[in-house]
Design a protein around this ligand. Structure first.
Ligand code: GUN
Length: 282
């Protein structure tokens, strides 16, 4: 079977060029989309992600500010910083990079960000709006997956979408988005009995478990569309996804690679959300 590889990097590049034009149009009316990222401590992976986000912003003319905070910052001090940003009309998007140090309550912090500036789409107001199909800031990875499926003409309506993983960042919201587009959605997770039986029913399989090469060809249906959200660095320096790409590729109709698949879309959707937040302030 000839399999289509769904390249997120190509689509991300195309969408970034379009977003750059939108930023220029906003500049013409004196709106300067601005994102402030708060990073607490010195987790190397978080630092890398934040640098990538900052670079992507700069490339398309979004102003990005990174606020680096010590990992012994108190919760109330952090909430104070967020409050300042909530009040600042020149800041359109606020992102607190996760994970947070143990002594800080993540739920409290995420609920403190003004919902209109919540470019991660993690605030309960945005989560609720998505759940009832209202306009919302939607988490970046799930919306990136939908854009990627759309650009490769994947039919969603009536299809059985199976999701592995129930995180608030990916699993739950991608299920909501697929349901809103009339898919039949099954959520599976680490406690699901006979997982492989479930995944073999999927027309569209979204894999977001964080376990390297967890899904093999025996776990999928012939002709399925496979979306791999995984991103694991192996000891040899290679990056792999949650799907054993080489074996699954032979059986799938369409599949995302790792790298160059979902990852680049996530960052591009952060730019999309920042522009959306800037527009909402008008
Ligand atoms: N850490 C890992 N992924 C994410 C994300 O999407 N947003 C934030 N804020 N932190 C993260």
């Amino acid at each position: 079977m000839s399999t289509t590889i769904m390249y997120g990097n190509t689509l991300a590049k195309k969408m970034s060029a379009e977003l750059k034009k939108e930023v220029e149009q906003l500049h013409d009316v004196d709106i300067y989309p601005t994102l402030t990222v708060l990073i607490i401590g010195d987790n190397p992976a978080s630092k890398t992600y934040v640098r990538m986000k900052q670079k992507a912003c700069e490339k398309i003319g979004i102003q990005s500010n990174v606020v680096e905070l010590q990992d012994d910052i108190s919760e109330s001090e952090l909430l104070g910083k967020i409050n300042q940003l909530n009040q600042d009309p020149t800041v359109h998007g606020i992102l607190v990079q996760l994970p947070l140090p143990q002594h800080i309550n993540e739920k409290k912090v995420l609920e403190y960000i003004h919902p209109q500036k919540d470019v991660d789409g993690f605030h309960p107001i945005n989560v609720g709006r998505l759940a009832i199909g209202h306009d919302a800031l939607i988490p970046c990875t799930p919306i990136g997956i939908i854009k990627l499926l759309e650009s490769y003409n994947v039919d969603i309506q009536g299809k059985h979408a199976v999701i592995i993983g129930r995180s608030n960042i990916v699993g739950k919201p991608i299920g909501q988005l697929l349901l809103n587009q009339n898919a039949t959605v099954t959520y599976t997770h680490s406690k699901t009995n006979n997982l492989s039986h479930m995944t073999r029913q999927a027309d569209i399989l979204i894999v977001a478990v964080g376990k390297a090469q967890f899904i093999s060809e025996d776990d999928i249906k012939e002709g399925a569309v496979i979306v791999d959200v995984g991103n694991t660095f192996l000891e040899n320096g290679k990056v792999v996804g949650d799907v054993d790409f080489e074996s699954v590729k032979e059986k799938a109709n369409k599949i995302t690679p790792v790298p160059k698949g979902v990852g680049p879309m996530t960052i591009t959707m952060l730019l999309h959300n920042t522009i959306k937040a800037a527009r909402n302030t008008v």
